[in-house]
Write a protein that binds this ligand. Structure first.
Ligand SMILES: Cc1cc2nc3c(=O)[nH]c(=O)nc-3n(C[C@H](O)[C@H](O)[C@H](O)COP(=O)(O)OP(=O)(O)OC[C@H]3O[C@@H](n4cnc5c(N)ncnc54)[C@H](O)[C@@H]3O)c2cc1C
Ligand code: FES
Length: 280
């Protein structure tokens, strides 16, 4: 039987400071791991506890994985104290994945708020690495200030491959979605860094959206995308909850008939509405 409760040992080989409260951990699990965009590990630190953390490095079968961790409380603060080389535990990968296959050859809008770029990063990398791509891909990325923009090198590399970037760098930023001709909609941002000259024309009717960020941003974003004509089945997000087991047994993440750890964490807007899931 697969040991779902037994962590495998992983060595933290490198730690990079990304912002004052966010670090990128490069870790080498004792055996290579296979994962898909949107999945997470239960990361444990001996004597401290275990937390769910999304995998942020390129998906596939890998010897090393990257985890981007914000210090918010007891366990994440302890993880931030780790100095390489040091061992941590990993269980997983767990959870469902972003179904990018459905979005093949369709326009895509990624919407990220703050740390929300971390779970989207493997998906954006996969999409931008596709050889033949005729569709339009846009990233709307909101951040509290310029210093908190994460993965700047990746964003530059994605832009070189044709990604259209909308950066909003101030607190309370709202991206404005306004109707253009037919089902083409214009995206613009109200932040100082938003450049209206680079507004992409996305055909909302057939496009897909992947939204990750603080709960306060997710709901209005999905409502707006749907109002602009996007199919509710094509709008995806990753939901967060307090998790303990990560494998559908303990009930800590049980909300409105679903276990977020095994039925999610990725849900379409259509599922969220059908199941009346609370985005908290
Ligand atoms: C599927 C999934 C993927 C995640 N991926 C990442 C990631 O890639 N990087 C990252 O930094 N964080 C991620 N998180 C959030 C991370 O798990 C929590 O920040 C962490 O569990 C907090 O533990 P703590 O002991 O440091 O904080 P605590 O001391 O337990 O709590 C500090 C504060 O954070 C709140 N909090 C704790 N856990 C959560 C949670 N899961 N959701 C919302 N609020 C919470 C508490 O209510 C409290 O206000 C993810 C969560 C989930 C469910
Ligand atoms: S975390 Fe235990 S059931 Fe989801």
């Amino acid at each position: 039987m697969k040991e779902i409760y037994l962590p495998i040992k992983a060595e933290v080989v490198e730690v990079l400071d990304m912002t004052p409260d966010t670090k990128l951990f490069k870790v080498k699990p004792e055996r290579p791991v296979h994962y898909q965009p949107g999945q997470f590990f239960m990361l444990s630190l001996w004597g401290k506890g275990e937390v769910p953390i999304s995998i942020t490095s390129a998906c596939g079968f890998h010897e090393y994985v990257e985890l981007c961790i914000r210090r918010v409380g007891y366990i994440t603060s302890a993880i931030h104290e780790v100095k390489p080389p040091c061992d941590i535990g990993l269980r997983g990968p767990f959870g469902n994945t972003f179904l990018a296959e459905n979005a093949k050859n369709k326009d895509i809008i990624f919407v990220a708020g703050g740390l929300g770029i971390a779970p989207l990063r493997p998906l954006i990398t996969r999409v931008m690495n596709e050889k033949k791509r005729s569709r339009r891909i846009a990233l709307l990325y909101g951040s509290r200030n310029p210093g908190e923009i994460l993965f700047k090198d990746d964003i530059e590399a994605w832009q070189e491959k044709g990604l259209q970037l909308f950066l909003g760098v101030r607190k309370g930023l709202q991206f404005i979605l306004s109707a253009g001709k037919k089902d083409n909609c214009l995206l613009s941002g109200s932040g100082p860094a938003a450049e209206s000259s680079r507004i992409p024309k996305i055909s909302f009717k057939n496009a897909y959206a992947f939204v990750c960020g603080p709960p306060v941003m997710i709901s209005p974003t999905m409502i707006t995308l749907s109002t602009m004509g996007m199919d509710e089945n094509n709008i995806y997000t990753s939901l967060e909850a307090h998790m303990k087991c990560g494998v559908g047994k303990c009930g800590h993440c049980y909300v409105d008939g679903v276990h977020l750890c095994t039925d999610g964490p990725i849900f379409s807007y259509a599922e969220i509405r059908k199941r009346r899931l609370q985005i908290v």
